[in-house]
Write a protein that binds this ligand. Structure first.
Ligand SMILES: C[S@@+](CC[C@H](N)C(=O)[O-])C[C@H]1O[C@@H](n2cnc3c(N)ncnc32)[C@H](O)[C@@H]1O
Length: 609
């Protein structure tokens, strides 16, 4: 290798797309690549003459990384944790901020006085309860609000430490008693409004390609009458009911992943209407899988109508089932439910979280009241942005501090900018600018600037120690090539759909055009009208029909892994290792688009060399 070449490192290398694109300038040599995925190692090593370091980045001493001029990395996104109830809905415990308020055992939202986190070594307790099969994990002294079953009746509520709790104890949850009718673009005071919302939670979907669209499947005449009295739904040829309505679209959007907290404050007859709508969808074949947040919110809504529901999980899907009354009870404004299993395990150096909450000194974890006082801590299942180990961004900063590369190039999902109301991106920008980097960032769409017809919007952040006059990340838009340029011929039979598959009818009715990509969207097939391949995602490999669908002269089929790599701009000579398709799809969906990185690399070379 020539001495004059700039040296780069490729962190979270995945497919090696950063290495490939930068080395293609002929002015850069990669001196270090890292990933902890064994398939990434196989792919990287098959394509480059230096080896990828196969380790967790957190376990790598920064001094082991060779000196370099350019640091590149498409760093991974943020994981989830234990659900705590705040005025902004259920939040992962590690994401709770001082500006949030937490619901307490008195059913009021209280300020947080401080956030606490520490490393814990000792016993962890895991409790499952009659209403919650998913366990709550906490340190051994953390108190819960409980009533003990006695020979006659139950003791008064008291705070009891985790290590003293027995199966005769009933844990508690407060029931909302408010009766407030919300007023947004209209007063939501009709039962039909709430029925529609409940129906949407169970069965509706939203699309927003050219305009806001709301879809339902409806096979129930009462449901049809109620929903159509609010929204002008019409039936389309697939038997789906749909309409476009911007205001309802905006409102329903807030119900897609969670259920907004204001819903809990509504009068119970409106909450009953919402639950009626939701229950009607249980009769439909096509239903949405509820998120954990939605299930927890529904559980509280049911409580307000006097029903105690249990959260169950079957084959990874959560749902609610009514509990027999003798297994739990409502007393005043509280519901009480027995502990059904207690497990204990020893841990060392596990990061645990806690808060101090004003006035009531309590908060709600997975719909169960817990105390906040020191030294009690709930253990997060996983950790968030502020956590030093799980968020690799802090490790990137350590590498930067040690090596001071002249240039850094980071890539991430477009939503990085809006994550946590913009705070995450602010932290990233501040951390880099205070280290002396001049930042240039822009959301770039592969299909606009590379000629490759894949819609892929990603944020690219370039940081330069010495600012460059006139440098930016604006690239000229160029026409996209045809989908067919990226397809293979002689594709193996396993990629073709056959008429015994569950979505065959939808496929033959809808997948009618050549040179067009289609996508299976939960229960119907949608044509991509823009002449593009939809964004390839890492979960393509996880089964279902997530891989884009096309029609060729033989039949209807999924894109092959090689075609996915084509849509990411890898050359046909790029070696795909002999691993399962699902791993190849995942690698392709996680990758950066090679020509987009090449555009950035070429522009940087003008200045860095
Ligand atoms: C979004 S992908 C990056 C893909 C890559 N830029 C490409 O073009 O193929 C994130 C990668 O980070 C890796 N990763 C996540 N956490 C890691 C860690 N702590 N240490 C090493 N690699 C990690 C994952 O295995 C994954 O391959």
């Amino acid at each position: 290798m020539s001495q004059t070449k700039l040296k780069m490192i490729d962190l979270f290398a995945g497919t090696g797309a950063f290495t490939y694109a930068f080395q293609e300038t002929n002015k850069v040599e990669c001196v270090f690549a890292n990933d902890f995925d064994k398939n990434s190692k196989l792919m990287y090593d098959a394509n480059f003459d230096h080896e990828l370091t196969f380790r967790d980045i957190n376990d790598i001493n920064v001094a082991e990384i060779p000196p370099h001029d350019i640091l590149t990395g498409g760093f991974p996104c943020f994981p989830a944790g234990t659900k705590v109830l705040s005025n902004n809905g259920y939040k992962n415990i590690e994401d709770v901020k001082l500006t949030d308020k937490l619901l307490t055992h008195t059913n009021s939202f209280q300020n947080i006085v401080n956030l606490q986190r520490k490393k814990y070594s000792g016993f962890l307790y895991k409790f499952a309860t009659r209403i919650q099969s998913e366990s709550i994990t906490c340190t051994d002294e953390h108190p819960f609000y409980v009533r003990q079953k006695q020979k006659t009746g139950y003791s008064d509520p008291e705070w009891k430490q985790a290590n003293k709790i027995r199966k005769t104890d009933y844990m508690g949850m407060a029931i909302n008693t408010d009766s407030i009718i919300p007023d947004f673009f209209m007063k939501l005071d009709r039962e039909e409004h709430w029925f529609l919302i409940g129906y949407f939670i169970g069965n509706g979907i939203l699309e927003n390609y050219d305009r806001p669209e709301i879809f339902f499947t409806i096979n129930d005449s009462i449901a049809y009458r109620k929903i159509s009295s609010v929204l002008p739904i019409i039936i389309d040829y697939d038997g789906l009911y749909w309409c476009t309505d911007q205001e309802w679209y905006n409102l329903l959007k807030t119900f897609t992943k969670s259920i907004p907290e204001w819903t809990q404050n509504a009068p119970s007859y409106l909450i009953q209407a919402l639950l009626n709508g939701y229950n009607t969808t249980l009769l439909e074949k096509k239903r949405n899988n509820l998120t954990f947040e939605q299930v927890l919110s529904l559980q509280r809504l049911y409580l307000k109508t006097g029903k105690i529901m249990c959260v169950q999980r079957k084959k990874g899907i959560r749902h609610l089932k009514e509990l027999k009354r003798n297994r739990s009870f409502i007393d005043g404004n509280y519901c009480w439910f027995p502990v059904t299993s207690i497990k204990k395990e020893e841990v060392t150096d596990l990061r645990v979280y806690n808060f101090e909450v004003e006035n009531d000194n309590s908060y709600i974890v997975q719909n169960t009241i817990v105390h906040n006082c020191q030294p009690f801590s709930i253990a997060g299942k996983k950790e968030g942005f502020n956590d030093e180990r799980s968020n690799v961004f802090w490790k990137i900063l350590k590498i930067i501090d040690h090596h001071r590369p002249r240039c850094i190039v980071l890539e991430n999902v477009k939503n990085l900018v809006s994550h946590d109301e913009g705070n995450t991106f602010e932290v990233i920008k501040n951390s880099l600018t205070t280290r002396g980097y001049h930042l240039y960032f822009r959301v770039l769409d592969t299909s606009k600037i590379s000629g490759i017809p894949q819609h892929r919007e990603r944020i690219y952040i370039v940081g330069l120690l010495n600012p460059i006059q006139g440098f930016d990340l604006e690239f000229e838009e160029i026409p996209k090539r045809n989908i067919s340029d990226f397809l293979q011929t002689n594709v193996m039979a396993k990629y073709y759909y056959v008429n015994s598959c569950s979505i065959w009818n939808e496929l033959v009715t809808n997948v009618t055009k050549f040179d067009t990509c289609y996508q299976y969207r939960r229960y119907y097939v949608r044509e991509n009208m823009s002449g593009e391949c939809p964004t390839l995602t890492a979960n393509m490999g996880t089964g279902g029909h997530n891989v884009p669908i096309i029609k060729d002269v033989i039949g209807i089929r999924k894109l092959t892994p090689r075609e996915c790599f084509n849509f990411q701009g890898f050359p046909s000579t790029y070696i795909l290792p002999n691993i399962s398709d699902c791993h190849l799809y995942k690698l392709a969906g996680n990758a950066v688009s090679v020509p987009v990185v090449k555009l950035i690399a070429d522009r940087l070379m003008n200045y860095l060399i």
